[in-house]
Design a protein around this ligand. Structure first.
Ligand code: SF4
Length: 468
C-alpha cells in the first residue's frame, strides 16, 4: 500500500442529537423537520444562545461574543437550529469540555465569531472595504450586478435564514450592527424585480443569471417561482443558478411540499426549453452535511434540475487544510450528490483578517487537493479580485510576496469600464493579510500606515496596527 498525504475514507453522515442541548431536550423529530419550527427557533442573541445551550456555555464565552457584537461584528447573529446542532457535535452541552469544544468548532468560528477570534494587530486590512467587490457600482438596475459580459447577479432580497460572520455582502445583507449600518434598496421589491426582468429582456447578450441575495430561501416561494418563471420566458437566458446556503442551513425549507412541487414545475419548464437550473449552496465544513442536508439536495435533483453545486469559502480556522477541504468535498460528493465547485478566498471586508489567508497559501492548497477527486469534481480555489472578478489562484500575473500584493488582469470589460481603453491591460491589486508577511513586509505596511495616516484607511474600519 502506498502512503499518501491524504487518506480517503467514506464518511457516514450523521445528524447530531439535538436533545443534547437543554433548550431542545423536548423537541420532536416532527418539529425539527419543520421549516416553520426552525425559523421560529433561530438563535438571534446571546440570551437565546444561553437558553438553548444551557450553563455548559461559559460566561467567558458570552462576554467574548458580546464584545465582538459591540465592537467588530459586521453581521448580526442568526443561526438556525439545524446549523447550531452541528457545532461541537459529539459533546453534550453539560460536559466540562463543552465551551472549549464550542470555541474550537469550525462552524462556530464563522457563524458565531467572538472577539478573541479576531486579530488585534490588524483586525481589517488597510484596503478592506464594504462592498469590496464593488457590486453596487456595477448595478445595471438596482440589485442587478452586470460585471461579466454574459452573466449577471440578481440580488433579489437582502436577507437570509442564516447570517455568516464573513459575509461578503455585509454592506447590504442582514440587520445593522453597532459598527455597520446597512445599505438599503431604494426601490420597492416589485419594482426592483420588474426592472431586472425588463433589463434582461432588453439585453440578449446575457445568458446566465445567478439569482441570489441574500438567500433565495427568504423570498416567499410564489414570488421566487414567478421570478424564475419570468427568467425562463426570456429566450436568451440559458443558465439559472439559485443561490441558497439554506440548502444546508435550513434544508427543511427545500424539503417542504410547496417548494418541492414548485421546483418540479420550474424543472419541467426548464427541460422543455433546454435551460439549465442549478442550486448553488455554501458549505464550509464536512460536519454541516447531515442526512437531512443530503435528503434536501437529492430531493432537488429529483425535481429534474441540472445540478446542486457547492461554493464554499476558504477560511482560516475553519477549512484551511488539505484534510478539511478534501473531507468536505468527498462528503458533499459521496453523501449528498453535491458537486464541489469553488472555494472562494475570503473577501477583503472589514474584520476579516483572521479568516483570510495569503494567496500563496491558497495556491498551495489548490496544488495539494489535486488528483484525489474526479477532475470534474475537484474544486477550483478562486480569488474574487475587485474590479476583475473570479480568477483561479494560479492566474495571478505578478506577485510580490514580501509586501503581499498580487496583481491581476482580465480579458473583458466590466460595466464601469465601457470607455476605458486600458481596461484589458490594467493591473488590479489584491492584498495578503499583513500578519502573514515576512518581517520586511510587515514593517513596510507599518511605515506606510504611519506616514499615510488616515489617508490609507477606509473610514470606519479598525485599522491601526499595534505598535511593535
Ligand atoms: S448566506 Fe450568503 S449572503 Fe447570507 S450571510 Fe451567508 S454568505 Fe452572506
Amino acid at each position: 500500500m502506498i502512503e499518501q498525504p491524504y487518506v480517503y475514507r467514506r464518511a457516514e453522515l450523521t445528524e447530531p442529537d439535538w436533545t443534547r442541548f437543554p433548550g431542545w431536550a423536548q423537541v420532536t423529530r416532527e418539529e425539527w423537520e419543520s421549516a416553520q419550527w426552525q425559523r421560529a427557533h433561530c438563535v438571534k442573541n446571546i440570551k437565546q444562545l444561553r437558553q438553548v445551550l444551557g450553563a455548559g456555555l461559559s460566561g467567558e464565552f458570552c462576554a467574548d461574543l458580546d464584545r465582538d457584537q459591540r465592537e467588530r461584528a459586521t453581521m448580526s447573529m442568526l443561526v438556525p437550529p439545524q446549523m447550531l446542532n452541528t457545532m461541537a457535535p459529539g459533546t453534550p452541552a453539560g460536559a466540562a469540555e463543552f465551551t472549549e469544544r464550542f470555541y474550537a468548532d469550525p462552524v462556530r468560528r464563522y457563524m458565531i465569531p467572538v472577539f478573541s477570534d479576531r486579530r488585534t494587530d490588524y483586525p481589517s486590512h488597510p484596503y478592506a472595504s464594504r462592498d469590496s467587490l464593488h457590486e453596487a457600482e456595477m448595478w445595471a438596475v438596482e440589485g442587478l450586478t452586470h460585471r461579466y459580459p454574459t452573466k449577471v447577479l440578481a440580488e433579489v432580497l437582502p436577507t437570509c435564514p442564516q447570517y455568516c460572520g464573513h459575509c461578503t455582502r455585509m454592506d447590504l445583507v442582514g440587520n445593522p450592527t453597532p459598527v455597520i449600518a446597512k445599505h438599503k434598496f431604494t426601490l420597492a421589491r416589485e419594482d426592483r424585480l420588474g426592472a431586472m426582468i425588463a433589463y434582461l429582456k432588453a439585453t440578449p447578450g446575457v445568458r446566465d443569471v445567478v439569482v441570489s441575495g441574500g438567500d433565495v430561501a427568504n423570498l416567499p416561494w410564489p414570488r421566487l417561482e414567478a421570478f424564475v418563471a419570468a427568467l425562463l420566458d426570456i429566450d436568451s437566458i440559458r443558465d439559472i443558478r439559485l443561490a441558497s446556503k439554506a440548502l444546508m442551513g435550513l434544508p427543511q425549507f427545500w424539503l417542504s411540499d410547496e417548494v418541492r412541487a414548485g421546483m418540479e414545475r420550474l424543472g419541467t419548464t426548464a427541460r422543455q426549453r433546454g435551460v439549465s437550473i442549478a442550486i448553488h449552496t455554501h458549505v464550509n465544513a464536512a460536519q454541516s452535511v447531515t442526512p437531512l442536508v443530503a435528503k434536501a439536495a437529492r430531493a432537488m435533483l429529483e425535481t429534474g434540475i441540472r445540478d446542486v453545486r457547492n461554493q464554499g469559502v476558504l477560511l482560516c480556522g475553519v477549512n484551511d487544510s488539505v484534510q478539511a477541504l478534501l473531507d468536505l468535498s468527498f462528503t458533499l460528493l459521496d453523501g449528498a450528490n453535491v458537486m464541489p465547485y469553488y472555494f472562494y478566498m475570503c473577501d477583503m471586508i472589514p474584520g476579516s483578517e483572521h479568516w483570510r489567508m495569503a494567496l500563496s497559501q491558497a495556491q498551495d492548497l489548490q496544488h495539494q487537493i489535486m488528483g484525489y477527486l474526479p477532475g470534474f469534481a475537484t474544486p477550483r480555489i478562486v480569488c474574487d479580485v475587485p474590479y476583475v472578478g473570479k480568477r483561479w489562484v494560479h492566474q495571478v500575473s505578478r506577485y510580490d510576496t514580501t509586501l503581499g500584493i498580487s496583481y491581476w488582469t482580465k480579458n473583458y470589460r466590466t460595466a464601469v469600464e465601457a470607455d476605458d481603453p486600458l481596461a484589458l491591460r490594467r493591473e488590479h491589486a489584491y492584498y495578503d493579510p499583513i500578519h502573514t508577511l515576512p518581517a520586511e513586509g510587515q514593517r513596510w505596511w507599518l511605515d506606510r500606515a504611519r506616514t499615510a495616516g488616515a489617508g490609507l484607511a477606509p473610514a470606519g474600519a479598525a485599522l491601526t496596527p499595534a505598535a511593535p
